[in-house]
Design a protein. Structure first.
Length: 463
C-alpha cells in the first residue's frame, strides 16, 4: 500500500477529522433526499421576481439577507439584469435553470452599452498543450462540461443554445438571499476572504479565514495558461466550511489590484449544491466595489462560439483516488484590447468570451498583467475544507490535484514562455505544494512542461 510522505505532523488530528467527516457525510447521504430539478419558465421567473416581497424571504431558514432594503436591492438588481431580455429557450442543469440569451442582451453587453461583440483571437493563437506522457499517466481532457448523453434535460429541453445566444445560469432571489447583502453576494468570499494569496496583507478580524497552497511569478505578461486537474472535495457547511477551489489568477498589482480569474470551485452557499462548478471572477479595484462571479453582473462578455461551457455548472466527470483523472485547460490571453478566455483540452481550445479591457479603467490590466498565480484555496472557520483532491501534494499523480503546462505570453513581445514559479505553503500543516517540476519532452516521461501538485486534507488549526 502506498505510504504517505512529506507531512507527518498533526497526522492524528487529520485522521480523526477525516473519520468524523466520513461519518457525517455518510449519515447525510443516507438521510437526505436527492435534489430535484425544477423547471421554471422564464416569464414565470420574471413575474415571481417582480411580485416578491421581503416577507417571503426574511426569516426563512435558508435566507441570510439582512433586512428589507438589502432584499429590495437584490430584487432590483435581478430585474435590471433581465430587463427587456427575450430568451430563445430555457433548460435545467445541476438543479439550476439556465436561459439561452441573445449575445447582445447579456449583462456584459447590454448594461455596459457595447455596440458589438469583439472577434476572438485566431485559433492558431490557442497553443497546444502536452498529451500527458506515458499511457499510465494520461488524464482525460474535457472539451465540454456535458457528456453526449447530457444534451437534453429531464424535461425534454435542449441544453445547447441556438446560434447567437449564450447559456446564462439564472440569478434568483433564492440564491442572492443566502447572503446578507448584494455586495456580499458579489464578493469572492465572505468578509473579504478569497483574494489572491500573495497580495494579501494581515488578515482583518473575521469569523472565517482563507488558506492556500499556491505558486506565483511576478512578470509582465499578456496572459497565461494552465491545465487544471478536476476534483470535487466535500465542503461541510454544517461545520462552518465555506468553499474550496483550484484556479489561476491573472492580475495587476499596481497602482491597484486587478484580476481575471478562472477555475473550479465547490461553494455550496453560492450554488446550493456540493459538486465543483466552473467559475470565473474579476475585480478592477482590489475587491472593493467591483467584481462578481460568472455573469451575475455586467462584466464578462460570453461569446456564441463558446457553447459547451456553462459558467456556474458542474462537470460530467470528476477525478477519483487512484482512478481516472480528468482535467481541463484554461487560459487568459490579451488580444486587441480584451482579456479572452479559452477553455478546452490538450487538443482543442474554445474561445468562450472576454473581459473588456475597458472594464479595468485606467488600471494596468487595461494593457497587461503583472503577476500570475496558480493554486488551491479554501475558506472556513476551523475546521477548513479539503483543497484539491483532499490529499497531500507529495502523493503525486492519481492522488493529489495538479496544475500543468504552465506558461505565459511575455509583454510586450507576445512570446510564449515557460513559467518560473515560486511555491508557497502558508498553512503547510493542512495544505502543501510539491514542485514546481519540469516534465520534459522526451517520451515516455511526463510531457507536462512545468507543473506542480497542490492541496491537502484541511481540518483544524490550519496555521
Amino acid at each position: 500500500m502506498k505510504q504517505r510522505k512529506g507531512v507527518s505532523h498533526s497526522v492524528s488530528t487529520h485522521i480523526l477529522y477525516s473519520v468524523a467527516c466520513f461519518l457525517f457525510v455518510t449519515s447525510t447521504m443516507l438521510n437526505a433526499q436527492p435534489a430535484q430539478n425544477k423547471f421554471v419558465p422564464f416569464n414565470d421567473f420574471i413575474a415571481a421576481t417582480r411580485a416578491a416581497n421581503s416577507g417571503d424571504y426574511l426569516g426563512k431558514p435558508s435566507a441570510q439577507v439582512s433586512d428589507e432594503p438589502a432584499f429590495e436591492e437584490m430584487r432590483q438588481h435581478i430585474l435590471k439584469l433581465y430587463d427587456g431580455v427575450q430568451i430563445s429557450h430555457s433548460f435545467t442543469l445541476d438543479g439550476d435553470n439556465f436561459d439561452c440569451i441573445p449575445e447582445m442582451q447579456q449583462p456584459g453587453v447590454r448594461l455596459r452599452g457595447l455596440k458589438s461583440i469583439a472577434s476572438p483571437p485566431p485559433s492558431s493563437l490557442a497553443r497546444k498543450a502536452g498529451d500527458g506522457g506515458e499511457s499510465s499517466k494520461k488524464p482525460i481532457g474535457i472539451s465540454s462540461q456535458l457528456g453526449p448523453d447530457q444534451l437534453m434535460d429531464e424535461f425534454g429541453n435542449s441544453r445547447v443554445c441556438e446560434d447567437h445566444t449564450i447559456p446564462m445560469r439564472r440569478v434568483t432571489l433564492e440564491e442572492t438571499s443566502r447572503f446578507p447583502t448584494l455586495k456580499s453576494y458579489f464578493a469572492k468570499g465572505p468578509d473579504g476572504a478569497g483574494q489572491p494569496p500573495s497580495t494579501r496583507q494581515v488578515d482583518s478580524p473575521s469569523a472565517v479565514a482563507h488558506k492556500y497552497s499556491y505558486t506565483y511569478q511576478y512578470v509582465n505578461n499578456l496572459g497565461d495558461t494552465t491545465t487544471l486537474n478536476l476534483w470535487s472535495p466535500y465542503v461541510n457547511t454544517g461545520l462552518g466550511e465555506v468553499f474550496s477551489l483550484s484556479q489561476s489568477w491573472t492580475m495587476a498589482t499596481s497602482p491597484s489590484l486587478q484580476t481575471a480569474e478562472v477555475g473550479w470551485q465547490n461553494y455550496p452557499s453560492f450554488y446550493g449544491g456540493q459538486n465543483s462548478r466552473l467559475f470565473i471572477y474579476w475585480t478592477a479595484d482590489g475587491y472593493s466595489r467591483t467584481g462578481c462571479y460568472n455573469l451575475t453582473c455586467a462584466g464578462f462578455v460570453q461569446y456564441n462560439g463558446g457553447n459547451g461551457w456553462y459558467f456556474g455548472a458542474g462537470f460530467s466527470h470528476y477525478s477519483t483516488f487512484g482512478g481516472t483523472q480528468y482535467e481541463f485547460r484554461a487560459e487568459y490571453y490579451y488580444y486587441q484590447g480584451n482579456w479572452w478566455l479559452g477553455l478546452g483540452d490538450a487538443n482543442t481550445i474554445t474561445w468562450v468570451g472576454y473581459y473588456p479591457g475597458s472594464l479595468y479603467g485606467s488600471g494596468t490590466m487595461r494593457t497587461n498583467s503583472q503577476l500570475i498565480e496558480f493554486g488551491s484555496e479554501s475558506v472556513g472557520s476551523n475546521p477548513y475544507p479539503p483543497e484539491g483532491s483532499g490529499d497531500w501534494a507529495s502523493w503525486g499523480f492519481g492522488y493529489a490535484a495538479y496544475q500543468r503546462e504552465l506558461y505565459y505570453w511575455s509583454y510586450p513581445s507576445d512570446i510564449a514562455t515557460w513559467d518560473s514559479l515560486t511555491a508557497s505553503q502558508p498553512s503547510s500543516n493542512c495544505y502543501t505544494i510539491a514542485g514546481p517540476y519540469w516534465g520534459g519532452y522526451t517520451p515516455p516521461s511526463n510531457d507536462w512542461g512545468f507543473y506542480f501538485y497542490e492541496g491537502g486534507p484541511g481540518g483544524y488549526n490550519c496555521y
